[in-house]
Design a protein around this ligand. Sequence first.
Ligand code: ES4
Ligand code: ZN
Length: 324
Amino acid sequence: MHEFLLQLPKVELHLHIEGSLEPELMFELAKRNGIELPYATVKEAKAAYEFSDLQGFLNLYYQGMNVLRTEQDFYDLAIDYFQRARGEGVVHIDMHFDPQAHLQRGIPLEVVMAGLLRAKEEAEASLDLSVGMIMAFLRDRPVEEALRVLENAAPYWKFIDAIGLDSAERDNPPAKFQALFKRAKEIGLVRVAHAGEEGPADYIAEALDILDVQRIDHGVRCLESDIVVERLRESQIVLTVCPLSNVSLKVVDDLRNHPLPQLLKKGLKVTISSDDPAYFGGGLLANHLACADALGWDADVFRLLNRNAIEEAFTSDQRRKELM
Ligand code: ES4
Ligand code: ZN
């Protein structure tokens, strides 16, 4: 099974590129940029990656990305992950990135975009890896700020496939971002949102009704509402479920008790992704291997999940055909 999963061409719809920053690269960039880290060694950094909830993780996630300063840093971050992912059989990645987390630190959007887009071009030209771009907005910051960032990003609208909504979910309901998502729709941008990770099933319904999203990131808590499950089943809205992330952030106590089998049994359009691979114990292959071991899935389940991901990936029809 492990050999099959390595060979299987895998597609990942939910990956925060800032969450792919491995401690080794963090140390290299800190040195290059003359930044002091709160850890003495790579080992010490890794030991700190023990979380009790989403907020505990987000604190280290925002601290970690502080080493990203120049266009080259963003390029190195992304190409490092792309190379690693390709080495484990990943053929397409839809990548979230968080402009506000960088703008807040004084890093202009141009720097972020130039580095990430250069890495995407190189992956597509030389690695046989296609990349979708999701400009994500931080739900624990004001909607007015998000709207300003979206307008200032006008030169880049043509390079992005969708907008997303991430960061601290509790007490930051989708409805708070109605104006942002309305504007994105006017512009012609596809919309996705994290919902039902730590937040309630109601937030999934809200994201569908008020934000008009085409994809729900996580969505595992839909199982708390039969009505929401039925809507997701009927519409075949894709869920980007992140198994190792859910265990790390205590959304689920043990992978053996993960709701994935129930989601599949209900007939939902499920996919699996790594979310923040540097923080949650591995990339897309590690997530596949862990599910095989904990849930006892056979090859057909993994083929189905990857077929779902290929159908929903932000890519051209020609590339989609190649991936099928
Ligand atoms: C995230 Cl796991 C998760 N949830 C919400 N926002 C995020 N940003 C990066 N990882
Ligand atoms: Zn996420």
